[in-house]
Design a protein around this ligand. Structure first.
Ligand code: ADP
Ligand code: MG
Length: 352
């Protein structure tokens, strides 16, 4: 009895999520920082209506862009999470789910995904408590869940284990799946284990100095969950993955004035981000030759980029300062392109 009811609820939940599409795009504009206000930087972002943004640059206003969700600077970490938790829940229901933070260095990607302590916690630590709570509810209906975590980073198109001394991870493509040789898996049996794992990963993340920000992340960090669900009575089991991604900064190399090793980093970053965008757009257009293989980033994300039983959300992060207008517009353009191919969406695109 309960099983039928629960199955119906799951189906309803997933139908609703499906209606909103397999690939969705949200935008988060961070508040201006104190230091930015001191140098009298002005915000160029305006919010003409719910889930819409436009640029205000004096005499020349831009068009309005609408998205699945626009998180204005007043959104707290908690309210951002409250808006996406439904999407994350799909992972417990057997979907492969990818949530990807995009944006230039300093736009708030790490704040959104990792965040700080207590009420400042971002999506990654909040996901741990949320999934434990939700799995407890489902356990009452006869399901049993097992979680295991792997954190990795892709730097210069090489993959490293963030939970095992930054050791190299080898990617092997077998048919249409990628195997990650050498990546350690860490069972998560209680929510409180998450903090320790995140601390290890934080220490292992590479940073490099650029002109944009004193220390900025030049790598893509991927926080992966493997979720096994089993129904006690029937033994039926499902497995799914949840990948939470803090991408490297999307700024253009020439605007950062970097050379040598850092230029190589930039080139790799730009290539992986443009292939990622291509994959998302081609997947949306239901193309049969999506170039997942072209970069390590897209190989790792392949199973949750809108194929088959998967769902993707891209959160495009925006720095609101006038000085960053060029990069902010590029980010919105990136976001709008993904929205454009969305069935049923009404995107106005002008003047960008
Ligand atoms: P990124 O990871 O994209 O380089 P960060 O997440 O490090 O950017 O954010 C840059 C700065 O802005 C940090 O000091 C961060 O604490 C701050 N910040 C980002 N988003 C917010 C926000 N929503 N509210 C308050 N401060 C924020
Ligand atoms: Mg960062």
């Amino acid at each position: 009895q309960l099983d039928e009811k629960e199955a119906a609820m799951r189906k309803l939940h997933n139908d609703v999520v499906d209606l909103r599409g397999q690939i969705r795009v949200a935008v988060r504009v961070r508040p201006m920082l104190k230091t930015e206000e001191e140098v009298s930087s002005a915000s160029i972002i305006e919010y003409p209506s719910t889930n819409a943004i436009s640029f205000n640059q004096g005499a020349k206003p831009s068009g309005t862009f609408t998205f699945e969700k626009v998180f204005t600077p007043v959104f707290s970490q908690q309210s951002v999470f409250a808006n996406i938790e439904d999407f994350i829940l799909s992972a417990l229901h057997g979907y492969n789910v990818g949530l990807i933070a995009f944006g230039q260095t300093g736009s708030g990607k790490t704040h959104t995904m990792r965040g700080g302590e207590a009420e400042d916690e971002g999506i990654i630590p909040r996901t741990a408590s949320y999934l434990f709570n939700e799995s407890k509810k489902l356990e009452a209906t006869g399901w049993k869940f097992e979680f295991s975590l792997s954190f990795m980073e892709i730097y210069n198109n090489e993959a490293f284990d963030l939970l095992n001394n930054h050791s190299i991870v080898k990617l092997r493509l077998i048919n249409h799946t990628v195997s990650l040789d050498g990546l350690t898996e860490h069972p998560l049996t209680k929510q409180s284990d998450m903090a320790g794992l995140l601390n290890v990963a934080d220490r292992n993340r590479k940073t490099a100095a650029t002109k944009c920000n004193e220390y900025s992340s030049r790598s893509h960090a991927i926080y992966m969950w493997k979720i096994k669900a089993q129904q006690r009575s029937t033994g039926i089991s499902t497995s799914s993955v949840l990948k939470l991604v803090d991408l490297a900064g999307s700024e253009r190399a020439k605007e950062s004035g970097v050379v040598g090793q850092q230029f190589k980093e930039m080139t790799n970053i730009n290539q992986s981000l443009s292939v990622l965008q291509k994959c998302i757009n081609m997947q949306k257009a239901k193309s049969t030759h999506v170039p997942y293989r072209d970069t390590k980033l897209t190989q790792v994300l392949m199973d949750c980029l809108g194929r088959g039983n998967s769902k993707t959300m891209v959160v495009v992060n925006i720095n609101p300062c006038n000085e960053q207008a060029v990069e902010s517009k590029r980010s919105i353009e990136f976001a709008a392109k993904m929205r454009e191919t969305h069935i049923g969406s009404a995107v106005q695109q002008r003047d960008l």
